[in-house]
Design a protein. Structure first.
Length: 170
């Protein structure tokens, strides 16, 4: 009889301990872990990459959405920038890339023979990957044609038209 009473006390104690542990885990998960996830989701950081006709190209990070006008202001737009094609009031809610174009008449074309590094093109608003393709082609070819450039992987008609405004093949 004494053993049964001891067994019941141990069983009751064990059930209480497991119940308290289970409830504690549930409360911890519900109130602490879930709240941390919500805070991380609401405090999202936005990354905006800015290149082209700006004094300070690079990546900018923001805690809240901003307009393109506010973002390019921080990058210091050059006087040779053509911002007329940008929607300055557009609000950026996610990671984004902005290329501020140059005014076409303010750009002196780069001669093919003088094209030696990627920065010469990226500073004019050409994507870095495209600039690298062009520089690699330049290193392999003393002369080229627009038709040959068009055959390069990654170069389409739109990019070709942009390059024609920037590069003098003669």
């Amino acid at each position: 009889m004494k053993n049964k009473s001891l067994f019941r006390k141990i069983l009751f104690f064990s059930i209480c301990v497991f119940s308290v542990a289970g409830i504690s885990y549930f409360v911890y998960k519900t109130f602490f872990i879930n709240n941390k996830v919500e805070k991380n989701e609401t405090s999202k950081e936005y990354k905006v990459s800015i290149d082209g006709a700006v004094k300070n190209p690079g990546n900018y990070f923001f805690e809240q959405p901003k307009t393109i006008r506010e973002i390019i202001f921080e990058a210091s737009v050059l006087t040779s920038a053509d911002i007329s094609i940008l929607n300055l009031e557009e609000i950026i809610f996610s990671d984004f890339e902005i290329v501020v174009p140059f005014k076409i008449d303010s750009i002196k074309k780069i001669k093919w023979k003088d094209l030696v590094n990627v920065d010469q093109l990226t500073n004019l608003g050409v994507k870095k990957s495209i600039s690298q393709i062009i520089i690699n082609h330049r290193r392999q070819n003393e002369t080229t044609t627009w038709e040959q450039i068009l055959t390069l992987k990654g170069i389409g008609q739109v990019t070709l038209n942009q390059l024609k405004d920037l590069i003098d093949l003669s």
